[in-house]
Design a binder for this molecule. Structure first.
Ligand code: FES
Ligand code: FES
Length: 150
């Protein structure tokens, strides 16, 4: 049975290698914080981290995860950047309906980990793949800057 490291915990999961990581997280492990949006790597709702790098879990077969550590929205608050982003999201009331926001937070946390002081162009480039039907883009940008200053 394949073993995964998810939010710092070892998990043995009886999963076929071609199952998308998103399905394993939500349907087999009940970790429903990571959202299904488009299923074709176009919206960012399903974003998680592999060794700190943002990836679209809807299009990633679990057989390609290897021994990389998986971090989801349920665990990203335990990372320095994730904690800052989550606090900024609360301080600035970034969220509207919330559906896209786990993915937004995961992409923002990955950005801040690699670039502690991103400018507008950096933010636009890192967040371009995360869509928000509620149009919270301005608050997301401010939230990332707020987190970077904190
Ligand atoms: S659900 Fe994965 S990118 Fe949309
Ligand atoms: S907050 Fe509603 S889709 Fe982004």
């Amino acid at each position: 049975m394949p073993e995964f490291t998810i939010n710092g915990e070892k998990r043995d999961v009886d999963v076929p290698p071609d199952m998308p990581l998103l399905w394993m997280l939500r349907d087999l492990l009940g970790m429903t914080g990571t959202k299904f949006g488009c299923g074709i790597a176009q919206c960012g709702a399903c974003t998680v981290h592999l060794d700190g790098v943002a990836v679209r879990s809807c299009q990633l077969p679990v057989g390609r995860v290897g021994n990389r550590a998986i971090t989801t929205i349920e665990g990203v608050g335990n990372t320095p950047a994730g904690a800052k982003i989550q606090k900024a999201w609360i301080d600035l009331e970034v969220i509207q309906c919330g559906y896209c926001q786990p993915g937004q937070i995961m992409s923002a946390a990955a950005l801040l980990t690699g670039n502690p002081a991103p400018d507008d162009a950096d933010i636009d480039a890192a967040m371009a793949g995360n869509l928000c039907r509620c149009g919270t883009y301005v608050r997301i940008r401010e939230g990332i800057k707020h987190a970077a200053r904190s």
